[in-house]
Design a protein around this ligand. Structure first.
Ligand code: PLP
Length: 392
């Protein structure tokens, strides 16, 4: 007997499948940035074996030598079907999509379509650090609209930022993270409609990074930005990369609403040469045939959020953690520990556990760390033990 319905359905919890010894054989960033005595719970890679559907699709492609250039719309069709089934959204039109190499390069290309050099891009810190880096690298100016104390969008701050960004008739954009990394906040339909109304009022174009959209707890509704009233002018980036751990198999989708279709049509054709054909095959298989695996993952993540809550209460009661409904990331407020702006440094040096430093996430990140929950309960338990030991 099992209490996990997904396990009963034949999909065991993938977060329990790999031992630490096996994981340490990996050569990716998570496992090779720090020495062997450090436990890595930082970058957003998951400690899971791949979904069977993905392995089969990629293995078949390799056996066939199907390793040329990408073609066709299978990825977009799989995403459209997933969006309809999972989010009840039938508005993802395959003809208004384009494949892009990955979500961040897609973000850059979308921002290029709707802004020019020196133009402002509004961000909601604390937020995924590459947002700052990519925006600066493409010669746009970051305008901040920090999240509220409740870790949700602060519509007043956003309006103020939109007003400042639009000064002098500049072409302003807002890079929305939905769901939000690092807090795991899922924006509601009402919040997103309010965002769309503000964007309309101030002439700000919206680019929504929806990479974490499939990683939303059962019982919480993810609302695609393009589906809300006023969202028709938006552009979205989606991918199977976070939910199925496919970051190394490059492929993402840019999606336009009915009004922004003309903008997406201006995307230079060569951008579509960047994604890997094998990546497109993997992402398509994940979205089309990997939903039972995803459900087992989500069940495992729910358990891990509860486990972390209990472990913190027991070993680190001064750390504040508000479990989000989405992503596999936990945003921990360590300010009460008195470890300064960068507690991750202390946990690394004294506890030999690598977390993501909150300061990298911008305003509001000082004194925080981000912990990656996409791992086994044993690793989470050991990570908290090491964090507590660092204080001893
Ligand atoms: C919000 C967000 N956007 C983009 C990315 C990176 O996506 P990609 O590897 O497709 O560029 C991540 C990775 O963790 C992320 O959290």
């Amino acid at each position: 007997m099992t209490s996990n319905p997904q396990a009963a359905a034949g999909e065991p919890n993938p977060l329990r499948a790999l031992t630490l010894d096996r994981l340490r054989c990996r050569t990716s960033m998570k496992w090779r940035t720090y020495p062997e005595d450090v436990l890595p719970v930082w970058v957003a890679e998951m400690d899971v074996p791949l979904a069977g559907a993905v392995v089969r699709a990629v293995t078949d492609a390799l056996a066939l030598g199907d390793t040329g250039y990408p073609a066709g719309t299978a990825y977009a069709e799989a995403l459209a079907a997933f969006a309809e089934k999972r989010w009840g959204w039938d508005g993802l039109a395959v003809e208004r999509t384009r494949i892009v190499p990955d979500v961040m390069l897609g973000v850059v290309e979308m921002l290029r379509l709707v802004t020019g050099p020196g133009d402002p891009v509004v961000l909601n810190p604390p937020v995924y650090p590459p947002f700052f880096q990519f925006v600066a690298h493409m010669d746009r100016q970051v305008v901040e609209a920090p999240l509220g104390a409740d870790l949700r969008l602060d519509l007043g701050a956003l309006e103020d930022a939109f007003r400042r960004a639009a000064v002098g008739g500049r072409r302003a954009a807002y890079l929305l993270c939905s769901p939000h990394n690092p807090t795991g906040t899922v924006h509601t339909a009402a919040e997103l409609a309010a965002v769309a109304a503000l964007a309309e009022r101030y002439g700000v174009r919206i680019v929504a990074d929806e990479i974490h959209a499939p990683v939303v707890a059962a019982g919480t509704a993810f609302v695609p930005y393009l589906s809300v009233p006023g969202g028709e002018r938006g552009l979205s980036l989606m991918s199977a990369s976070k939910a199925w751990n496919l970051a190394g198999l490059k492929a993402a989708l840019a999606v336009a609403g009915p009004v922004s279709a003309a903008d997406l049509a201006r995307l230079p054709e060569e951008v579509g040469h960047g994604p890997s054909h094998v990546g497109v095959i993997a992402h398509t298989a994940a979205l089309r045939d990997g939903t039972a695996w995803l459900d087992a993952l989500l069940t495992g993540l729910d358990g891990n959020r509860r486990l972390l809550t209990g472990l913190l209460a027991e070993h680190l009661p001064a750390v504040a953690y508000r479990p989000g409904e989405a992503t596999y990331l936990a945003w921990l407020d360590c300010r009460e520990l008195g470890l300064g702006d960068d507690p991750a440094r202390v946990f690394l040096d004294r506890g030999r556990v690598a977390l993501s430093p909150g300061i990298d996430f911008g305003t509001g990140g000082a004194g925080h760390v981000r912990l990656n929950l996409a791992t086994s309960p044993e690793v989470i338990t050991e990570a908290v033990r090491r964090m507590a030991a660092a204080l001893g």
